[in-house]
Design a protein around this ligand. Structure first.
Ligand SMILES: Cc1cc2nc3c(=O)[nH]c(=O)nc-3n(C[C@H](O)[C@H](O)[C@H](O)COP(=O)(O)OP(=O)(O)OC[C@H]3O[C@@H](n4cnc5c(N)ncnc54)[C@H](O)[C@@H]3O)c2cc1C
Length: 500
């Protein structure tokens, strides 16, 4: 089949009945549920871009194995050109959503491509697992599927391991083996966009210890698999909010869900790994699933930060406050933060590494640096936006006010910006900003940037420890040795002076 259209993606959504719970209700028709409608359409637009002559060559390619056109997320990069082709895709998708949707289909499709092209490492443990992930890759590539994932355990008692929790199956684990597959029970979080995806893939960060065997597992199942319950967080919009009043929240709400597996049977051919702590701990380092998706996240994060900065600059300009030095300094800082991320991305792509098997990966250190810096740079951009918009962010009238002729005169007079900026222009801009920096929608976007791929605090500590393992600190030695040489000469002179 190859690349799907938006309508084919929507048909897929309509054909399934996942067990979705939202606000105490069982959602039986995901497509027609207001909160999911527009986000589904936004994802469908991405599928349509694959057929748009302006984008097709940039975001898809002809698959060598099948001769069909497939998305660049399924490209196993073996050259810097391949890496650029990936980057093009990430940027096209990110720009289409202003970077506000983090888990667009390219993200997990890249993960599975990475796992499949490095599946050799699983052969040592079980060649079936290796075969399964390769077949699964072909399946999602050829059907152009959209996946969600849940890699962490729910927040119960973080001071205890999974097997130490009060109920052995609070965290997702294997209950038993059956002829038809593995029976799994327990929860995983936090599956972004889960209700409107086709499949879910489960795997974990490294860190398993002996005793964690039943929790060391990786597999994928359709999102409507019996026993799989999707527990959505509270919606941040009702799907009925006006595009005038909430130009972003009304379009890009990415629903998140806890996944509860109530004795779900995972068919054997969908099991990629289980009951093996060593293999589970090696999944990340061996398959490059830290680096390849971090490339997508880096590009997307760059677009999102650049968007927030553009909004802030326009906001400042619209009310003439960017003539003040303090405002210019803040805006300059934000523009520089965009430049930092852009430069890091270029370095990651330029200083790529080639693995023993010929896979080309963007350099890890600059990507990890983006990961470390965005959790402070994005919140800072939001803080500056709040500071510059100030009281005006709260004082916007609604779209309905503008429709009322009785109010029109007052609105045009009191809500106009600097010369040349009409009231409606200014209010629409302020509403865009408020979605990003005030609404619950915007707070989630901020929390996403902090946590989307793990705890930034621990990730930075890991980054330092890895740096320390490789570092020789030779410049420090050179400086000390140079001074020691000079000291020796000085000492000789002093000795000669003292001793005559
Ligand atoms: C909006 C959003 C969308 C997300 N989407 C997805 C998704 O699609 N798929 C997915 O799998 N995950 C997703 N995540 C989850 C993300 O992976 C986690 O939020 C992240 O790994 C952090 O884990 P946690 O939230 O459980 O925090 P915790 O690990 O519980 O941390 C809570 C606090 O305690 C501290 N802490 C906890 N343990 C330790 C420790 N051992 N040592 C030191 N300090 C510690 C942390 O620093 C932090 O301050 C998403 C998260 C957000 C916010």
């Amino acid at each position: 089949m190859g690349i799907r259209t938006g309508q084919e993606y929507i048909d897929g959504i309509k054909s399934r009945k996942p067990e979705v719970w939202l606000g105490g209700r069982r959602i039986t028709d995901v497509y027609n549920e207001p909160v999911f409608q527009q986000p589904i359409k936004e994802i469908a637009k991405l599928y349509d871009l694959q057929h748009d002559p302006n984008y097709q060559e940039r975001i898809t390619h002809i698959c060598e194995e099948t001769g069909e056109r497939v998305n660049n997320a399924f490209l196993n990069p073996t050259s810097k050109e391949d890496l650029r082709a990936r980057s093009e895709l990430f940027e096209v998708y990110a720009r289409a959503t202003f970077g506000l949707m983090g888990r667009t289909p390219d993200f997990l499709n890249v993960v599975v491509t990475g796992m499949a092209s490095n599946s050799w490492f699983l052969d040592k443990y079980n060649p079936e697992w290796s075969k399964n992930i390769r077949n699964y890759y072909r399946y999602i590539r050829d059907n152009d599927l959209f996946l969600t994932h849940a890699i962490i355990n729910p927040q119960n008692d973080r001071s205890k391991a999974s097997y130490e929790q009060e109920d052995m199956f609070t965290h997702l684990g294997v209950v038993e083996e059956k002829p038809e597959g593995l029976v799994v029970r327990g929860a995983k979080m936090l599956a972004t966009l889960a209700p409107i995806t086709d499949e879910v893939i489960i795997y974990s960060f490294p860190g398993f210890q002996p005793g964690d065997e039943r929790y060391a597992l990786a597999f994928a199942v359709p999102i409507d698999t019996p026993g799989l319950r999707l527990l959505c967080r509270e919606q941040m919009q009702d799907g009925k909010r006006s595009y005038f009043d909430h130009p972003l929240a009304s379009r890009y709400e990415e629903m998140d869900a806890v996944l509860a597996f109530n004795d779900v049977v995972v068919p054997w051919d969908r099991v990629f790994l289980y009951n093996n702590v060593e293999a589970a701990n090696l999944l990340y380092p061996k398959t490059g699933i830290a680096q390849q998706p971090a490339h997508q996240s880096g590009v997307r994060g760059f677009v999102k930060l650049a968007f927030a900065v553009e909004v802030t600059c326009k906001l400042a300009d619209s009310i003439g406050v960017d003539n003040f030095l303090n405002v210019q300094t803040d805006l300059g800082e934000l523009v520089q933060s965009v430049e930092v991320i852009r430069s890091l991305l270029r370095v990651a792509e330029y200083e790529y590494e080639t693995t023993e098997t010929g896979e080309v990966r963007p350099a890890a250190a600059p990507l990890e640096t983006i990961r470390g810096m965005l959790p402070t740079m994005y919140p800072r951009a939001i803080e500056v936006m709040q500071t510059i918009g100030a009281g005006g962010l709260l004082m916007s009238p609604t779209g309905n006010d503008f429709k009322n002729v009785e109010l029109r005169g007052d609105l045009e007079k009191y809500y106009a910006g600097r010369a040349g900026v009409s009231a409606e222009e200014r209010v629409r801009l302020f509403k865009l900003a408020w979605d990003l920096c005030g609404e619950a929608f915007g707070q989630r976007l901020l929390q996403y940037e902090r946590y989307y791929t793990g705890d930034p605090i621990r990730k930075r500590a890991i980054f330092y420890n890895q740096y320390k393992r490789k570092a020789t600190f030779s410049m420090v030695d050179d400086a000390l040795n140079g001074a020691a040489e000079l000291l020796k000469n000085d000492d000789k002179k002093i000795e000669r002076t003292i001793n005559g």
